[in-house]
Ligand binder design. Structure first.
Ligand code: SF4
Ligand code: SF4
Length: 92
């Protein structure tokens, strides 16, 4: 799952937003300490991330951290747990 975007490194190029197939990322206008407005990438819908790493690969300043954890949609996760429990019970 996408973990973080280093906003110090992000220069707002928008490449990661364009490369994400599930629209996890959005651009957000933020102010800096000099009162200037600038654009940064933000993680808008983290639960839609499926770990493809395209955003991290395309980011030219290595601002994006994606972990290798596998995320399953909740209904599938519940089903998988149920099947595993049945298997365990069957072996006992
Ligand atoms: S690709 Fe990297 S530098 Fe460009 S907007 Fe995304 S995080 Fe920022
Ligand atoms: S790892 Fe893939 S799905 Fe997740 S935010 Fe990046 S491009 Fe989108």
């Amino acid at each position: 799952m996408i973990e973080r975007i280093d906003l110090e490194l992000c220069d707002g190029c928008n490449l990661c937003v364009e490369s994400c197939p599930t629209d996890v990322l959005k651009m957000m206008e933020v102010g800096n300490s000099w009162g200037e407005q600038t654009w940064k990438a933000t993680i808008a819908y983290p639960n839609d991330c499926h770990n493809c790493r395209l955003c991290a690969i395309d980011c030219h300043v290595d601002a994006i951290t994606v972990t290798h954890g596998i995320t399953l949609p909740q209904p599938l996760f519940a089903y998988t747990k149920e099947v595993l429990n049945e298997d365990v019970t069957a072996k006992v």
